[in-house]
Write a protein that binds this ligand. Structure first.
Ligand code: SF4
Length: 226
């Protein structure tokens, strides 16, 4: 079921209570549901797990101000999806090009681990985001990690058993959508080298090639009718 995102949402009692606690410890932190960020009509939608304590939960913008954002925005810049590579502050003027970033769960979970019921509850917001993305010509989804991957499938009403998560996997979905998988660009994954910059860049190279091919085909089709 799709729902319009609300920055005042408190549907998950555990997460709402945790955010109340975080706000009292850190009064300057955003510590509320974090909205999506980026191009309003992109062809690429990136879905992370949830806001990080001192990143999106602090700044109110996905992947902004913490370690995970460094590799993500650097890579987006390298592949032409961002106006610059820094992502330390929401006032940095960063603009995403043909790309939007969101999370499967919009509130900070304790230990970065949302419960399955919380992922399900927040899925209405993701479903609405993906529906809007498709309406405006979106074609490529990138899931950062297995939880985001399953949340995307749930939002589309698809079965996880038909599309197993794997780093580098590419899933052809109905309605001309393609789902790309990557390990999450978290500090843990990058410091243990489970995910290297090279591995992450290869995922973006695949997405870029897909989008370029689709542009060529679209141009060819429109020229045929001139
Ligand atoms: S995780 Fe999602 S559904 Fe749960 S309280 Fe936050 S915004 Fe609402």
């Amino acid at each position: 079921m799709q729902s319009t995102f609300s920055a005042e949402c408190r549907q998950c009692p555990r997460l709402a209570g945790f955010l109340d606690e975080v706000r009292s410890r850190h009064p300057r932190y955003h510590a509320r549901p974090v909205p999506a960020f980026g191009d309003a009509a992109p062809r690429l939608l990136i879905v992370g797990l949830a806001p990080g304590m001192h990143g999106a939960n602090r700044t109110g913008r996905p992947f902004t101000g913490d370690f995970a954002g460094i590799l993500l925005y650097r890579t987006l810049y390298k592949f032409g999806f961002a106006s610059h590579e820094g992502s330390a502050d929401p006032g940095d003027g960063l603009r995403l090009v043909d790309c939007r970033v969101t999370n499967a769960v919009k509130c900070l979970p304790p230990q970065n681990k949302p419960e399955p019921a919380e992922v399900r509850r927040c899925n209405g917001y993701l479903a609405a985001e993906i529906a809007a993305f498709m309406r405006t010509g979106g074609v490529a989804l990138l899931a950062l990690g297995a939880v985001a991957h399953r949340a995307v499938l749930m939002a589309l009403g698809l079965r996880g058993a038909d599309h197993a998560f794997g780093h580098g996997a590419i899933h052809t979905l109905p309605d001309d959508l393609t789902l790309y998988d990557s390990y999450h660009c978290s500090r843990y994954n990058t410091q243990t080298r489970r995910l290297t910059a090279g591995m992450f860049e290869q995922v973006f190279a695949n997405i870029q090639a897909d989008l370029a091919t689709r542009s060529i085909l679209q141009d060819r089709d429109s020229n045929q009718w001139r």
